[in-house]
Design a protein around this ligand. Structure first.
Ligand code: SF4
Ligand code: SF4
Length: 207
């Protein structure tokens, strides 16, 4: 495999590991109590059959799936303590923010931050309106590599900016600026659940 492709895969691993750490720090207890109720058996086939996701997860974990994964009743990545994948999960598996988790967000900034990180992997996978990174084979990944690398660097930059929202030392003006930029850059953040959670925090003065 070309070293530039390996470098891009590693940047995706770093991004997902960062997102995973941030999610765990905030939501591990709530998700643990729920025991992965939103995991689905077909998600392992998405991970293993997508060239990009398979290679991201292999960079992070080596070959993690059992040879008989197709005979498993649930997702092959589901371990006793939750998902074994720190990177290379299907993007659906990051878009998890449910009502119990949103209830853990103390203010409007936290809502925007956690919805943002939950949608970031899906956002970067949609390279163009018609090109989905998760559908590409190795030759197509090579052909689109400059765009993929740009999207990954942009994602790392956006994540660094988004951290302003959960930084206790950051000022209100900086939080407003970061939130406005993220909402304009990624309108997908404003799905129904997130909109309601933001409106509730504004009504309650938690801004
Ligand atoms: S994301 Fe929500 S529904 Fe899914 S396991 Fe966590 S708490 Fe449960
Ligand atoms: S990849 Fe992980 S998060 Fe996704 S369904 Fe499987 S165990 Fe659950």
């Amino acid at each position: 495999m070309h070293s530039a492709i390996q470098a891009a895969l590693d940047r995706q691993v770093e991004l997902e590991r960062d997102i995973d750490r941030l999610c765990l720090a905030k939501f591990a207890a709530a998700c643990g109590a729920c025991r992965g109720k939103c995991c689905r058996a077909n998600h392992s086939s998405l991970t293993i059959e997508s060239w990009w996701l398979r290679n991201v997860s292999m960079r992070a974990h080596g070959k993690w799936w059992p040879d008989d994964w197709q005979g498993h009743a649930g997702c092959a990545a589901q371990g006793p303590a939750g998902c074994v994948l720190k990177a290379g999960r299907p993007t659906y598996c990051w878009s998890w923010l449910c009502e119990p988790l949103l209830a853990e967000c103390a203010d409007c900034w936290q809502v925007i931050f956690y919805v943002f990180i939950s949608e970031l992997p899906a956002e970067i996978a949609q390279l163009t309106p018609t090109t989905d990174l998760l559908q590409l084979d190795e030759a197509d990944v090579a052909a689109n590599l400059p765009l993929i690398a740009r999207r990954l660097e942009e994602a790392h930059g956006l994540l660094a900016e988004a951290r302003t929202l959960i930084d206790p030392a950051a000022g209100q003006l900086d939080k407003h600026r970061a939130a406005l930029h993220l909402l304009c850059r990624m309108p997908r953040i404003l799905h129904g659940l997130a909109r309601q959670a933001i409106l509730d925090r504004i009504a309650g003065g938690q801004v």
